[in-house]
Design a protein around this ligand. Structure first.
Ligand code: SAJ
Length: 410
């Protein structure tokens, strides 16, 4: 395959933008990765991504070494612009905060020229591409659709397995018109090995939200089953294992809550779009959001049974899920920080991916933590915790001294 001639400017070098920029560069595109945060661009210039994602360091270094990836704090003229900015919830509402996307889109306007393609990868509420992105880009005075092509191509990669899924997963491309969708397909076809499906941009927005909402609702079901099993006195992990033997049943796993910047956030964008209709989706969000508080209650009840001044509570895991370093919306952090305020106990935390957490909480290694603990709360099922013989540990600590919210021993 000959090297592509287009220059691509990837704006936002986080969990999605950096792998995307690097993979595009290793597939021959000239890529300028843009991030306004100096610590990110400086770290990248010396080949050290600040994100702990398997294989990412190697790809970033290969991309930089090839000369195809450069890093900058300002948007540069290019043929293609890819927006990979976070879309969290607004501070005091359950609506999408689009400020980063809007700022990035505005930074493109002075660079825009006829024939450019702008791709929005960030997850957004239905109607955002047409209703918010296009009006910003039209400040360039170029006719859109027409002279500038625009598409929404939502990312679908799983943190912890991003590089593999970026290439292997099927890809969805929603154009504002057919010309835009076809142009975007040409870019992704350079590295995507899965199938590529074309649709319109609003359908692509809704499909992405549907995927994450589907998962959230299914986790809420698992979390609700956990409380029902407790009420009727059976083991939830046995129930799920045995129910999943049915050929058409596949129950997900309960846990201390749903975290991350995607599943804990995106369903609200559907609620925002259709508040009257999105009843089950809202309820599922509320069930999952209430989970950390229930876990806090369980830990408090177990602590009350320990007749010792200042018992040691050991929390295993602080990230939002296993084998990643991301703590955004992490239910474990909420639980840990709640107990850090309690002067009547000593809290210790084991977090194998905790390099960002030094100084924020008392981190110890697993061996030390297990030795000192009066009560152990398993909050994340990191692979490092799977080597412990939890059944033996439960016996040794006594019932109620081990609270396994992730079913490691189940
Ligand atoms: N969780 C459970 N029980 C489960 C599965 C997950 O409690 O059975 C919890 C996790 O512990 C975590 C949260 O849910 O706190 C979310 O974890 P996840 O692994 O389900 O999903 P994310 O947020 O890491 O990634 C999701 C993925 N979406 C789907 O699987 C439909 C990914 O493909 C998306 O690209 C990503 O969101 C995104 O960026 O939108």
């Amino acid at each position: 395959m000959t090297a592509p001639s287009q220059k691509i400017c990837v704006i936002g070098l986080g969990y999605i933008g950096l792998p995307t920029a690097s993979v595009l560069a290793t597939n021959g595109f000239k890529v300028c990765g843009v991030d306004k945060r100096r610590e990110i661009t400086e770290a990248l210039k010396s080949g050290r991504p600040l994100i702990d994602e398997p294989g990412l360091g190697t790809v970033v270094q290969a991309a930089l070494k090839s000369g195809n990836l450069t890093v900058s704090r300002a948007t540069e003229p290019a043929d293609v612009f890819i927006l990979c900015l976070p879309t969290p919830l607004e501070k005091n509402s359950k609506k999408a905060d689009l400020s980063s996307v809007e700022e990035a889109a505005k930074s493109i306007v002075p660079c825009l020229k006829k024939g450019n393609l702008v791709i929005l990868e960030s997850t957004v509420a239905p109607g955002t591409t047409k209703g918010i992105l296009l009006p910003i880009l039209r400040a360039s005075k170029l006719p859109i659709p027409g002279d500038v092509m625009v598409a929404h191509c939502p990312e679908r990669v799983l943190p912890g397995n991003i590089l593999q899924e970026l290439v292997a997963n099927d890809r969805l491309i929603g154009g504002i018109d057919e010309k835009s969708a076809l142009a975007a397909r040409n870019i992704y076809a350079r590295f995507v090995r899965g199938d590529i499906y074309l649709t319109d941009c609003t359908t692509a927005e809704v499909v992405k939200l549907t995927e994450n909402t589907y998962r959230d609702v299914n986790i809420a079901f698992a979390n609700e089953m956990e409380t029902i099993c407790r009420r009727v006195g059976v083991n939830i992990w046995d129930v799920i294992r045995l129910a999943n033997k049915h050929p058409r049943v596949n129950i997900l796993r309960p846990g201390p809550g749903v975290g991350g910047h995607c599943i804990a956030v995106d369903p609200w964008f559907l609620v925002q779009a259709a508040p009257e209709e999105a009843r089950m989706i809202k309820l599922a969000r509320e069930i999952n959001d209430r989970k950390p508080q229930r876990v806090i209650g369980d830990i408090e009840s177990a602590l009350a049974k320990i007749k010792k001044p200042k018992p040691v509570l050991l929390c295993l895991g602080a990230t939002y899920k296993a084998n990643v370093d991301d703590i955004r919306e992490s239910p474990s952090i909420k639980i840990i920080e709640h107990f850090m305020k309690n002067r009547d106990l000593e809290i210790l935390v084991v977090e194998p991916h905790g390099r960002h957490l030094n100084g924020r909480m008392p981190l110890v290694n697993l061996e030390t933590g297990l030795k000192k603990a009066d009560l152990i709360a398993v909050l994340v099922d990191h692979k490092e915790f799977q080597t412990v013989d939890w059944a033996a540990m439960a016996k040794h600590k006594g019932t109620g001294r081990l609270l396994d919210f992730k079913g490691l021993g189940g």
